[in-house]
Structures are given as C-alpha cells and as structure tokens.
Ligand binder design. Structure first.
Ligand SMILES: Nc1ncnc2c1ncn2[C@@H]1O[C@H](COP(=O)(O)OP(=O)(O)OP(=O)(O)O)[C@@H](O)[C@H]1O
Ligand SMILES: [Mg+2]
Length: 265
C-alpha cells in the first residue's frame, strides 16, 4: 500500500473503528494474505474488491476471528477494534463475533422459526430479561432489516421457508440483533435478484448510521453505490485503498485500473 493512501485514510475526519497492521495469513503452505494494513472507519461502508482468490474473504474473516475455526489457518499481525487487540488471549471469540457480526454469501437461516432465528444471539448473550424484552429486540431487528412488514404475521413459521432475499434480510436481522458495532458482509447479494439487491443496498446505507459495514463484492456498481471507502486486493496484497470515488475515477495503481475497467479478473 502506498503511504499517500494510508495518510488519506488516517487523515480522514471519521474515527477509525478497526485498525489492521501487517496482517499475514497462511493456510498450510499457501500465503493467502501478505502484509495487509488497513483502517476501517466508524459509520462508513468499506468495500473489499478484487479478483477471485485474491484473499477478500480470508481477510474479512480475520476481522472477527472466523479463521480460528479453520485448522490449517495461521493469522499473524495486529488487528484492533477501538484499540483493543482482538487476538489477545483474554478476548472470547464468541463475544467478539457478537460485536463484529457477519453475513455470508449464501443465506443460512437456522432450521428454526423466524422469531427464534433473530432471538438466538440475544438469548446466548443474555440481552433480554423476559419474553416481552426479547420480542422487542426481535421486532426492532426485523424492522431495521426491512423485513418486519413481510413477516410480522408469521413469526413462528420456519426461516427456511422465506424467499432468498427475505432469508438474507433475516440473516442480517439475526446479525444485528446482538447490537454489533461492525457488520461484515461477504458477497451478501450474489444470490439475489435486482429487487432484493436494491433492498439490501438501501439497508446497508441505513446501517451505516449505527455501524461500520465491510462488504465484499464482485460488483463494481455495487461497490460504487454503497461504499465510501474501497480496498482493492490482488494476489493476497492490498494494492490500493482510499475514497471510493477516487478509486473508481482515478486509481493510482495500474492493477486497480485494469480490474475496475474489466481487463483482469
Ligand atoms: N479453508 C481454506 N483452506 C485452504 N486454502 C484456502 C482456504 N480458504 C481460502 N483458501 C485460499 O486462500 C486464497 C484466498 O482465498 P479467499 O477465499 O480469501 O479469496 P476471495 O478473494 O474471497 O475469492 P472469491 O472472490 O472467489 O470468493 C486462495 O488461494 C484460496 O484457495
Ligand atoms: Mg470470497
């Protein structure tokens, strides 16, 4: 990464929520992430873009220690949320993932009711004292995920019975029900039609009021529409990072330009 870009991000008025420095990831012999340093700002949508296999999902998973669940995976470097080392031995990964929620490419509701999908996290973390409080949490999360009006008359129906776009909004509701501070989304719209995609994009823009959002996407249009910051990854390295408008109009690195104009990928 060029120093000018780093300065650009650090100089920005928005406070940093997550700061990653010199992160390397290996899967056995494969060096998947190579010395990546990046800042994720508060109340900002940051897009991770780059060709397939460049390490976007791997790096995203470093941010809430999801890579801990992969045996061969080794993460080194320094990643902090609000200046707290997320890899510190006293950090509980389960608590961390409530604070740094994740939404996956394929909607993956639990085989439970719509209500219980959303109530699952708050229950584990003891966020409600009684049923009324839990119902309020569930309603609020479904409203913020723009799903309430479509499901409020069938909260006891199985989550898996919803349409793909509704299931993805249910997974977003489930992720925000634990009141996370950061939401990581790995290609959340890739299985959705343009209408559901537009709904999720609008939702992402609203979520920015309360959270930092990091979204991996293969769609340049989507990155340009929803994000304020863009990070371009290539072969495990962070090639360029900065304001989305600038990355798409005046990329500094020829590899970024080739990718956004469709010459590599
Ligand atoms: N569980 C794993 N075990 C071994 N190698 C892995 C694993 N997950 C990813 N890799 C390797 O790490 C590198 C980065 O993969 P990653 O999934 O992060 O890429 P990506 O940018 O998300 O790609 P895509 O756009 O296709 O989702 C690739 O070489 C991949 O083969
Ligand atoms: Mg991926």
């Amino acid at each position: 990464m060029k120093d000018t870009n780093l300065t650009e991000s650090i100089d920005a008025m928005t406070p940093q929520k997550i700061s990653a420095r010199h992160v390397n990831v290996h899967y056995g012999e494969t060096h998947a992430i190579k010395d990546v340093s990046v800042d994720i700002a508060a109340n900002t949508v940051t897009a991770f873009i780059g060709p397939s296999g460049c390490g976007k999902s791997t790096f995203l998973r470093c941010l809430n220690r999801m890579n801990d669940t992969i045996d061969t995976c080794r993460v080194t470097g320094d990643i902090r949320i609000d200046d707290e080392d997320i890899y510190d031995r006293k950090v509980d990964p389960v608590q961390l993932r409530a604070k740094i929620g994740m939404v996956f490419q394929k909607p993956n509701p639990f085989p439970k009711s719509i209500h219980d999908n959303v109530a699952y996290g708050p229950k584990i973390h003891g966020l409600a004292r009684n049923k009324a409080e839990m119902d309020d949490i569930v309603e609020d999360a479904l409203k913020r995920a723009a799903l309430w009006s479509e499901v409020n008359d069938r909260l006891d129906a199985p989550g898996t019975g919803l349409s793909g776009g509704q299931q993805q909004r249910l997974c977003i509701a489930r992720a925000i029900a634990t009141a996370p501070e950061v939401l990581l989304m790995d290609e959340p719209c890739s299985a959705l039609d343009p209408i559901a995609t537009a709904q999720i994009e609008e939702l992402i823009d609203n979520l920015r009021q309360s959270y930092s959002v990091v979204i991996v996407t293969h769609s340049m249009q989507q990155a340009a529409r929803v994000s304020q910051k863009t990070a371009f990854f290539h072969m495990g390295s962070l090639v360029e990072f900065g304001e989305t408008d600038r990355i798409f109009t005046a990329p500094e690195d020829p590899r970024t330009e080739s990718y956004i104009t469709g010459r590599i990928g």
